[in-house]
Write a protein that binds this ligand. Sequence first.
Ligand code: COI
Length: 357
Amino acid sequence: MDIKIIPLPAENMKAKVKDESHLGFGKYFADRMLLVEWKEGQGWCDARIQPHAPFVLDPSCMVFHYAQEIFEGLKAYKWADGRVALFRPEMNARRFNQSADRLCMPAIPEELFLNGIKQLVGLEREWIPTAPGTSLYIRPAMIAVEPALGIKPSNHYYFYAILSPVGAYYAAGFSPVSIMVEDRYVRAVPGGTGEAKTGGNYASSLKAGLEAKKKGFDQVLWLDGREQRYIDEVGAMNMFFVYGKKIVTAPLSGSILPGVTRDSVLKLAPTLGYEVEERPIDVNDLMAYIKAGRVTEAFGSGTAAVITPVCNLCYKNETLQLNGGKVGEITQRLYDTLTDIQTGKQEDIFDWITFVG
Ligand code: COI
């Protein structure tokens, strides 16, 4: 499908952010966005790259009432030789369609998803920051825009992608965060939407997040929704724990997000000499192992979070410190290797990089 490029009037061009060391996450947006519509009886249509602008939507639109919405997150990097690299974008396209299926939304052809993003990023390449730890975050999403209040799948959708120059997801940058294991609220249950990237999962996690913040923690770590015993994930990250030279993470149980960075860590770590294991992690065992000094590091993984070290873990009012509160050696090595591949400083032996033409 051809993507129409709608001219960007000079008055719509914003000034680029000069101070790349304080970008934060998702605060600034590029000049253009991608928009494609899907209409019942017609399918995908009207693909265009247009100025980043508000949508005018009827307040009855289904997304506002029943949260029929999905999204993705991926990043573009500007390499020293000027090329623009995307990290494993085909994984995002695939996962987007898995989320679409769970939310009864139409699948988008992967080619349209990928070409649309490549063209958009190509046009907006000036928005890619280059300071260490920065990138251009790409946020594709799909929303139900049929103006109707009956509960059913919408007959009209917007697929769109916006761009945001970002720094580290957590305000403190690449430094350890404190996490509270949530034992009251649950994020996902078997058969629910936990493995889909849909806004509702994040809305329903806000309350626990706020309560954890009041107690001085950065994020909550969710336990499984059935027994509240096994580690699931932190809403914005999958979790890894280091047992000696073995790196362990929870399996894809259907309740956690199949993270692109999670998959990358599982593939990368063995090439650096570490064993990896996906298995259910009982929180009681985990705390006992940390106490005994047998779990020495913990970190989260995510597109936004990259690799984020975890220094404190609190469960039932007991807080245990990991690695003396410092970034662990294995965590640091994985962060360095992964970001070096993403930014072209290290060979991409996995074929993870796609260039924007
Ligand atoms: C990402 O890592 O891209 C995410 O979507 C996590 C979060 C910012 C919601």
